[in-house]
Design a protein around this ligand. Sequence first.
Ligand code: ZN
Length: 282
Amino acid sequence: MRTANLRGRLVLVDGEMAVDVAEASGGRFPADPQAVFSEWDAFRGWAATQDATTGTPFAVEDLGPPVPRPAQVFAIGINYTEHAREAGYPPDSAPVTFTKFPSCLAGPVSDVELPSDTVDWEVEAVVAVARETRRVRRENAWDHVAGITLGQDLSERTSQLAGSKPQFSLAKSFPGFGPTGPWLVTPDEFDDPADLAISCSLSGETMQSARTSAMIYDVPELLVRLSRVCRLFPGDLIFTGTPPGVGNARTPKRFVRPGEVLVSELEGVGRIIQRFVAGDAP
Ligand code: ZN
C-alpha cells in the first residue's frame, strides 16, 4: 500500500492514480494525512479492499510530505561505516540521535532556499511509526513500522560546526531542509525492506550510492534503542542516517549552488527532486 498527501488530503496511490481516502471511505477515515496514524491498523484493513487504479491522475508536484506533522522526528547520524570514516569519526563510533524540527518538512518536489554557500545533501531512508511504541523487542520491531519513504537530511554545515559541539538539530532544520516522499510504502511491498538501493545525484553527477543493508543500526535496532528511552507515537518519523558521499567530506568540499537540482532515489519508493535558490543568510 502506498499513501500520499495530495494538496493536504490523504490518498491511496497506485501507479499514476490516486483515490481520496475520506471520500472513498464515506468519512470513515480522515482527510488529514497525519490523523490516519491514530487508527493505522483499521485503515490498512480498509485500504486492502480498495483499488486505487480506479482513481484519478495526479501530479507529483502537488504532493506534500506523506507524514506532514509528526509529533517527533528522530534522525540518526553516523549510521553507515563508510560515512563515519569520511566524516572523521573512529570506526567504532556509535550512531548518534538528533532531531529535525518538524517545520523543516517539505514535499517530494520542492524549491529550497539556500541560507549559505555550505548546504550539503544526505539522502536517507525514512520510516514512519505505526503505533505507540515503548521498549519494543527486536523481533517485533517491523510490526511498529507503518511504512518507508525517502528523505533528504539537508544540512547547513557552517552553523552545524560553529559551536564547541555540533549543532545537528538546528543546522538541519532550515525551512525545506526535510523533503520527504513521494509517498509512504508499507513494508510488505518490498522483497526485503532492509536492503534497498539508495542514491542521490546533484546536477547529474552521482554523489551517493549505497544499500540500506549497510546501516550500522538497522531499522529494528533503531526502534529498540529509541523506544528504550522515548515513547514513540504513531506517525513519528525516523531519518535512518546517510551513506557516504556527502559534500563536506570531499576534497575539495562540494556544496549546493543556486540553480542546482538534487535528485534522490530509494528502491521500491521512488524519487524526490529539490531545486535550490539563493536565500537570506541565517
Ligand atoms: Zn543525516
